[in-house]
Design a protein around this ligand. Structure first.
Ligand code: GRF
Length: 204
């Protein structure tokens, strides 16, 4: 059974989706740790309820990003996870970590990358006037929301949408494709070929 660690900064609905997929048996893995940069993250409560151990690294208490990332690196090494799932983790991760865990870290982003990377992706989509929006699960590399894409899902943008209503519609798809991508990884069905990710057929 693969070991998954989740990283989250806030509400944690994507963490919940991973936990629920494990309980449902659609994601055959063990969630071994939640790592959060925010002591007030609601994700902590969700992990606690599921019996997942939590490491809190209070970003605000660190003197520098380097000091914080040194502890993050140690926490990630310590939990011996096969896969790190960034589930609403709101910080850019430094190169030392992305290099060390390359090919073993995935992120959910609420836009159809490469459009609308960075913060407030749903607002960016509304402001730009696109008719279709969505979400992306991708490997994490040294850039911002730039690694190879594993899964994407799209939703329509309605004329009545604002940032919140669009975000809600996208979130439904996030909760579906994030555990699905984690499951593909755990089933060893992902081959990275340059920028392209090939999904291998299921084994019997
Ligand atoms: C999600 O939309 C995620 O894609 C983005 O931030 C939001 C986090 O939501 N990066 P939650 O904490 O998983 O509920």
């Amino acid at each position: 059974m693969k070991r998954i660690a989740v990283l989250a900064s806030g509400r944690g609905s994507n963490v919940q989706a991973v936990i629920d997929a494990i309980s449902a048996g659609t994601l055959r893995a063990e969630c071994v740790r939640l790592i959060t940069d925010n002591p007030d993250a609601h994700a902590i409560m969700r992990a606690g309820r599921a019996g997942v151990p939590v490491t809190v690294l209070d970003y605000a208490s660190y003197a520098s990003k380097e000091a914080y990332e040194a502890d993050l690196f140690a926490a990630m090494t310590d939990c011996r996870a096969d896969l790190f799932v960034l589930a609403g983790y709101m910080r850019i991760i430094g190169q030392a970590i992305t290099d060390t865990f390359a090919g073993r870290m995935i992120n959910i982003h609420p836009a159809l990358l490469p459009a609308f990377a960075g913060l407030h992706a749903q607002r960016q989509a509304i402001d730009y006037g696109v008719k279709v929006a969505g979400c992306t699960v991708h490997f994490v590399d040294g850039g911002m929301d730039s690694g190879p894409i594993i899964l994407q899902a799209c939703v329509p943008v309605l004329e009545t949408d604002d940032e919140n209503s669009l975000a809600e519609r996208i979130l439904v798809e996030e909760h579906r494709i994030l555990p699905a991508a984690a499951a593909l990884f755990c089933e060893e069905r992902i081959a990275i070929e340059g920028r392209r990710v090939r999904i291998l057929p299921a084994r019997d």
